[in-house]
Ligand binder design. Structure first.
Ligand code: C2E
Ligand code: MG
Ligand code: MG
Ligand code: MG
Length: 275
C-alpha cells in the first residue's frame, strides 16, 4: 500500500514532465518538418543609419510556418533546435535565404545590407568557411554588405579560438556585430579581444531609456566606450520617439526597433522609411 501511494505521487509528477516532454517532442517534430519542407521564412527589420539618414541594413529574423499557416517566433523553437543539434542546419538555411535576398537587391541596384544571426555551433563546423564561400559564390551576394551577429556564448569563451572562427567572416569581407551587448558577463572582454565592427546594445537598456536615468548613464558610457575603440553602435529595441531622440543626442550610429518598423515579410518591407 505504501509503495502504491508513493507510486501514485510519482505518477502525478511524471504526468507533468511527460506533458512538457511531449510538447517539446512535438516542437522538435514540427521543426524537423519545417527544415525538411522549406517552411522557415525570413522576416526583415530595418536598421536605420542616423549618419546616412536611411535604412542601410535589415536584420534577418527567422520564423517557422506551422501546419496551420501560423508564424512561430524563434523564441519558441531555437532552444529546442540547439538541444537537438539542429542549429547548424537552421543557420545554413537562413544564410542561403539571406544571401539570395541580398543578391537580388544587389542586382536591382538597391544598396542595403543584411545582418544575419549566427550561432557558435555553426561557426565551429569544420567545413563552415568552405560552405560560406560556396553560398556567397552561387547566390552572387555581396559579402561586404553582410553583418554577422553573434551573442556571447560558452563556445566563444576561448578567445583565441573565437578569433579564428570570426576570421572566417573577415576573410570574405563581411562585418561582425556583437549582439545583445551589456547583458552578458564578459561583454567587455569580447570587445577588447575580438575583431567586431558593431556593438548592438541590448534592448533591455534601450526600451525605457527615456524614463530611466540608470539606462541613460549606462548607454552613454557604452557608446563612448565603443566609439573610443573605433566601433559603430547599434541601438536595438527603439520603441518610442522619446527614446529615439535621446539616442540621437547621444550620437548612436544606428537604430532599430518597433518605432521604425516591426520585423515584416519581404513584401511588407519599407526600405524608404525616414525618421
Ligand atoms: P536578436 O538577434 O537580439 O533580435 C532582436 C529581437 O528583438 C527580435 O525578436 C526582434 O523581433 C525583437 N525586436 C526588435 N525591435 C524590437 C522592439 O522595438 N521592441 C521589442 N520588444 N522587441 C524588438 P525575434 O525575431 O523574436 O528573435 C529573437 C531572437 O532569436 C533573436 O534576438 C536572435 O537571437 C534569435 N534569432 C532570430 N532569427 C534568427 C536566425 O535566423 N538565426 C539565429 N541563429 N538566431 C535567430
Ligand atoms: Mg540579432
Ligand atoms: Mg539582440
Ligand atoms: Mg536577443
Amino acid at each position: 500500500v505504501k509503495n502504491k501511494a508513493k507510486g501514485h505521487v510519482y505518477h502525478a509528477e511524471d504526468t507533468d514532465t511527460r506533458d512538457s516532454r511531449q510538447e517539446k517532442y512535438q516542437m522538435k517534430e514540427a521543426l524537423a518538418q519545417a527544415l525538411d519542407n522549406n517552411r522557415l521564412v525570413l522576416f526583415f527589420q530595418p536598421i536605420y543609419s542616423l549618419e546616412e539618414e536611411r535604412v542601410s541594413h535589415c536584420e534577418c529574423l527567422v520564423r517557422m510556418l506551422d501546419a496551420n499557416g501560423n508564424f512561430v517566433p524563434p523564441g519558441e523553437f531555437l532552444g529546442i533546435a540547439a538541444e537537438a543539434n539542429l542549429m547548424p542546419r537552421l543557420d545554413f538555411i537562413v544564410l542561403e535565404k539571406a544571401m539570395q535576398q541580398q543578391s537580388l537587391w544587389r542586382k536591382q541596384g538597391i544598396d542595403v545590407g543584411l545582418s544575419i544571426n549566427i550561432t557558435a555551433p555553426t561557426l565551429e563546423q569544420p567545413d563552415f568557411a568552405k560552405r560560406l564561400a560556396e553560398i556567397v559564390k552561387h547566390t552572387e551576394a555581396d559579402p561586404e554588405r553582410l553583418i554577422f551577429e553573434l551573442v556571447e556564448t560558452d563556445a566563444l569563451e576561448n578567445i583565441d579560438n573565437a578569433e579564428k572562427l570570426l576570421g572566417q567572416f573577415k576573410n570574405v569581407g563581411s562585418r561582425i556585430a556583437l549582439d545583445d551587448f551589456g547583458i552578458g558577463f564578459t561583454s567587455f572582454e569580447y570587445v577588447r579581444e575580438l575583431p567586431v565592427d558593431y556593438i548592438k546594445i541590448d534592448q533591455a537598456f534601450i526600451r525605457f531609456i527615456h524614463e530611466r536615468e540608470n539606462d541613460q548613464a549606462l548607454v552613454r558610457s557604452m557608446i563612448e566606450m565603443g566609439h573610443s575603440l573605433g566601433k559603430k553602435i547599434i541601438a536595438e529595441g527603439v520603441e518610442t520617439k522619446e527614446a529615439l531622440d535621446m539616442l540621437k543626442a547621444m550620437r548612436v550610429d544606428y537604430v532599430q526597433g518597433y518605432y521604425l518598423s516591426r520585423p515584416v515579410p519581404i513584401d511588407a518591407l519599407n526600405l524608404a522609411l525616414k525618421i
